[in-house]
Design a binder for this molecule. Structure first.
Ligand code: MTE
Ligand code: MO
Length: 319
């Protein structure tokens, strides 16, 4: 792979936020750490899966065959190779390079893991992530993911709609927004040490209407396996009609609020990354064109679509 032509790359200064580009590695240059697929390190052995709370053990044992595919939202694109989607990542607090997170992923401790759902809700809860997952019926969804930097992937996620979790805690009528916070481990997160002036932990937000939309998904797995750490284990968001940075990884806290929560990228670069951040080919907020996107790993380019192609389902949210 390393020898393939990467001429599609834009100059780094055009594809990355100013504050980052000098420290970013060259996208995909050099060998991918592909020889030993780290995913296998995330798969439980048989003993562990016996001890796991259902339904996770079911799909660990059976792969995604045990989880029904919800094909209500056709991606209209080939699924990206698993090796690509699990080795080319953005996880800035972990590593600034796109192939860095996978090399550090084993150092993250993502189980046991506690998730807190709190704020303006009738029934706040604090639960071990596997006990939380056990409350929901898992499904598989194949979604496009479009990074603001210009690349796109198509991934079969395993999880449940965020809506189901909101129903469980019952937001109060006063709740207007949902705030999400990632876990943080200063000892492992080398990226955060370099970007030491960023407001870690990573945090994001949605309006409550966006959060309650059926497309908004909480993933616990991908490609029929438990979510690898570099992809945001044990629990990450997928909001496929928004720039990828809204899809926050490794969530520890979900908080219902009555105001628009600050988001990390908006705080760092407000003119580039607004709160809404819907995919839009005509966006001028970054100094590179968003008209097209490179389909990892080998192309071709595809035309960027408004709402990343999900307009039929989400455009009404913005009228
Ligand atoms: N906590 C956290 N979540 C994050 C990020 C991050 O740096 N930290 N990067 C975001 C960006 S920019 C993208 S494009 C996607 C990448 O997800 P993937 O690595 O699973 O493809 O995760 C998003 N979620
Ligand atoms: Mo991104």
């Amino acid at each position: 792979m390393a020898s393939r032509d990467r001429s599609w790359q834009l100059p780094e200064s055009e594809v990355t936020p100013e504050a980052l580009y000098r420290s970013r590695r060259r996208f995909l240059r050099g060998a991918l750490a592909a020889a030993a697929l780290p995913l296998t390190g995330c798969l439980p052995n048989e003993e562990e899966s016996v001890a796991t709370t259902p339904p996770l053990d079911r799909w660990w044992a059976e792969g995604s065959g045990g989880v029904p595919l919800n094909d209500r939202y056709p991606a209209g694109r080939a699924v990206t190779p698993e090796e690509t989607a699990t080795t080319i990542n953005n996880y800035y607090e972990l590593a600034l390079s796109r192939n860095g997170p996978v090399t550090l992923a084993d150092r993250l401790v993502t189980r046991p893991w506690t998730v807190e759902v709190t704020g303006l809700v009738e029934r706040p809860l604090t639960l071990d992530v596997d006990a939380l997952i056990a409350r929901f019926t898992l499904e598989e969804r194949i979604y496009r993911q479009r990074c603001v930097e210009g690349w796109a992937i198509t991934v079969p996620w395993l999880g449940f709609p965020l809506r189901s979790l909101l129903d469980l805690v019952s937001p109060l009528a006063s709740a207007t927004h949902v705030r999400f916070v990632s876990g943080f481990d200063a000892e492992v997160m080398e990226g955060a040490a370099i970007l030491s002036d960023y407001p870690w932990p990573y945090h994001e937000g949605l309006t409550i209407a966006e959060a309650a939309h059926d497309l908004t998904f909480l993933s616990v797995g991908m490609y029929g396996r438990v979510l690898p750490n570099q992809n945001g284990a044990p629990l990450r968001l997928n909001v496929p009609w928004k720039w990828g940075y809204k899809s926050i990884k490794s969530i520890v806290r979900i908080e219902l609020t009555d105001r628009e929560p600050p988001t990390l990228w908006n705080t760092v670069a407000p003119s580039r990354y607004d709160f809404v951040s819907n995919v839009d080919p005509s966006s001028l907020s970054v100094p590179w064109s968003q008209q097209r996107e490179f389909l990892l790993p080998d192309g071709p380019y595809a035309a960027t679509e408004l709402y990343n192609g999900y307009g039929a389902w989400v455009a009404d949210l913005y009228r």
